[in-house]
Design a binder for this molecule. Sequence first.
Ligand SMILES: NC(=O)C1=CN([C@@H]2O[C@H](COP(=O)(O)OP(=O)(O)OC[C@H]3O[C@@H](n4cnc5c(N)ncnc54)[C@H](OP(=O)(O)O)[C@@H]3O)[C@@H](O)[C@H]2O)C=CC1
Ligand SMILES: CC(C)CCC[C@@H](C)[C@H]1CC[C@H]2[C@@H]3C(=O)C=C4C[C@@H](O)CC[C@]4(C)[C@H]3CC[C@]12C
Length: 293
Amino acid sequence: MGLILKILIPLLGLLLAYYFYSAPEDFNEEMLRGKRVIVTGASTGIGEQMAYHLARMEAHLLLTARTEAKLQKVVKRCLELGAASARYVSGSMEDTKFPNVVVKEAENTWGGLDMLILNHIGYSYFNYFDGDVGHIRKILETNFLSYVAMTVSALPMLKESNGSIVVLSSMAGRIGSPFIAPYSSTKFALEGFFSSLRQEFIIEKVNVSITVCVLGYIDTENAMRAVSHVVRHKPAPKEECALEIIKSGALRQRELYYPRHTMGKMLLLHTIAPDFLDSLIRDNYKVENVKRP
Ligand SMILES: NC(=O)C1=CN([C@@H]2O[C@H](COP(=O)(O)OP(=O)(O)OC[C@H]3O[C@@H](n4cnc5c(N)ncnc54)[C@H](OP(=O)(O)O)[C@@H]3O)[C@@H](O)[C@H]2O)C=CC1
Ligand SMILES: CC(C)CCC[C@@H](C)[C@H]1CC[C@H]2[C@@H]3C(=O)C=C4C[C@@H](O)CC[C@]4(C)[C@H]3CC[C@]12C
């Protein structure tokens, strides 16, 4: 009994202190008004939806992806929705020079930057790991190294504005799932890099926030095309997901878990019963529908 009291009471105290200390500031759409924001991978999916929310909130937008025709349409829609300004620069993040080109465009147009949203991903197969090391190298360039390169180029402007970096990660960047070994490696890499950098910012009193978004299955066209015949779980809506990402970035939160309850349960299980969680994840896949090429 004594031991329980000795442990329980301080634990309760800690939980209460955490609850009150971390009570979130309210989000207000005006937080984004007039802010200068780069969104990568903005031609479709969650990136496109983030662009529309930001446009409604009257932000200045610089969008990027490879497909110019799609970007033109998204920019047009953003202007209709009320963006303070909207432009695009097209190119591939496989090209090591491109991250800097995008950031320079922001510098030349705005002379500064408030928020950098790193969201793009390159194509990767959804299947058993095929032993192709070259593919891992390529996908690391697109999904990881270009995020690092954009951060390096944008940091002087972000320091100047006390700005924010928002990084799109995944449950697959925290917990192993089958059939996505190359993709998963890039997300684990992002988590390592940005959580280390956050520590350094705190030590050096750099007032640039880093928000890592840990997402579950979201109903974007590309994700559904890739996995809906295999994954049993129902995907969450991309529009709501995009809004939650913007809110967490504006509130300078360290992490976002979306959808919140699924992610919360999975991360708890990962800590206390990892083998059980792995088996739950496997049960969630119709493995018979994954055909080796
Ligand atoms: N959807 C999901 O279930 C989940 C998604 N996430 C994360 O959310 C983010 C967005 O995902 P989602 O919206 O589904 O992704 P999509 O596949 O819908 O969009 C990817 C974007 O990246 C762009 N892109 C692709 N290749 C390149 C390239 N080589 N260089 C530059 N841009 C490129 C695409 O445009 P274009 O082809 O024109 O270049 C597109 O705009 C990603 O970081 C993803 O990892 C995390 C967990 C789950
Ligand atoms: C156990 C269940 C409650 C939850 C399982 C959630 C699993 C199925 C979810 C969580 C993260 C999801 C992947 C992801 O992060 C991003 C992409 C990129 C896209 O282009 C193709 C689909 C893919 C690989 C998703 C596939 C489904 C994943 C593994």
